[in-house]
Design a protein around this ligand. Structure first.
Ligand SMILES: [Ca+2]
Ligand SMILES: [Ca+2]
Ligand SMILES: [Ca+2]
Length: 314
């Protein structure tokens, strides 16, 4: 359901997004249950304020799987992490108490430890590693809420962390894995997720074209000129020619015509083509961005007289 409404929004953008236009690809606050993209749809209610959240979990791996994402260069996930009861933080008798998140089981976004007051501090907001170089911070460092969920107080209380991770990502599907490791029973220490939002930054060539025209010279050549107002992440241009407006367009330039514009200032370009014979031709201009995405402009139409046909007319 969610993905359908999402596509309607995307198609309305007509491929001319600016780089800052993030799209919300998924969101879940669990107030009416967990959406089917979750591997576990177990929802709990906090004793205080009756907040519904995904959980509670201990040494589980829970996945959020999304597919059909439009072309994008970055993906961001934001969430509230509930750390409930006697998390013990960094290594000691009942630790380390590890929580983490990765993409597709390969890209670790965070692997850290939390403590609600037991144990020798926690790694968060730093990282936990299996070597002796893990970070050590005071219990509850970085928590945005303390003992607000109603599970208790002190080392047996609860804490909430607002986490946000952005990763370079372009596949049309993604699985986020959330995991606990080395934890005691759910009655002793547990975790949950709330207000999960996934955003993507759509790939856009983001070239604003001011003009594109073709002019026939008397010698059978065609001069193509175009101007841009702004160019964002633009690598360059290709030109395509066809005898028919809806025909088979063939690329006429060898190497990419390098971009010289910028986000704040456009540029002027020209390219001279010599079609194989006289007649009517159509040209299209393609801009290609640094991520490989492209957009077509045109076509423009031009009538070409070769030198030979020009001579016969005289
Ligand atoms: Ca909620
Ligand atoms: Ca414990
Ligand atoms: Ca523990």
């Amino acid at each position: 359901m969610l993905m359908i409404s999402f596509f309607v929004v995307v198609s309305a953008f007509t491929g001319r997004l600016s780089w800052a236009d993030e799209i919300t690809a998924f969101s879940d606050d669990f107030e009416s249950g967990a959406q089917p993209e979750w591997s576990s749809t177990s929802v709990s209610t906090t004793p205080a304020s009756e907040r519904k959240f995904l959980g509670r979990f201990t040494n589980n791996t829970v996945s959020l799987s999304l597919s059909g994402l439009p072309s994008h260069s970055n993906i961001t996930i934001e969430l509230d992490l509930f750390i409930i009861h006697s998390w013990d933080g960094n290594p000691w008798n009942w630790g380390p108490d590890i929580w983490g998140i990765d993409i597709n089981g390969s890209t670790t976004l965070k692997k850290t430890t939390f403590s609600n007051g037991y144990g020798p501090g926690q790694a968060y907001p730093g990282d936990y590693t299996n070597s002796s170089t893990y970070d050590s911070n005071s219990a509850r460092t970085g928590a945005v809420e303390n003992n607000t969920l109603g599970y208790g107080s002190g080392g047996w209380g609860d804490s909430v962390y607002h986490l946000s991770f952005t990763s370079s990502h372009s596949d049309s599907s993604v699985a986020f894995n959330f995991f606990g490791q080395n934890l005691q029973a759910v009655s002793d220490e547990s975790w949950g997720l709330d207000n999960v939002v996934v955003k993507i930054e759509p790939v856009s060539t983001a070239v604003t074209l001011s003009s594109f025209s073709a002019e026939a010279g008397g010698d059978g050549s065609v001069t193509l000129t175009w101007e841009t107002a702004t160019e964002i992440d633009n690598a360059g241009f290709n030109l395509y020619r066809s005898r028919l407006k809806d025909g088979n367009y063939k690329k006429i330039n060898g190497e990419l015509i390098s971009a010289t514009g910028s986000e704040t200032a456009g540029a002027s370009y020209s390219y001279e083509d010599t079609p194989p014979a006289s007649g009517t031709y159509y040209y299209k201009l393609e801009d290609v961005d640094t991520n490989g995405a492209s957009a077509m402009h045109g076509p423009v139409k031009v009538k070409v007289r070769s030198e030979g046909s020009e001579a016969r007319r005289r």
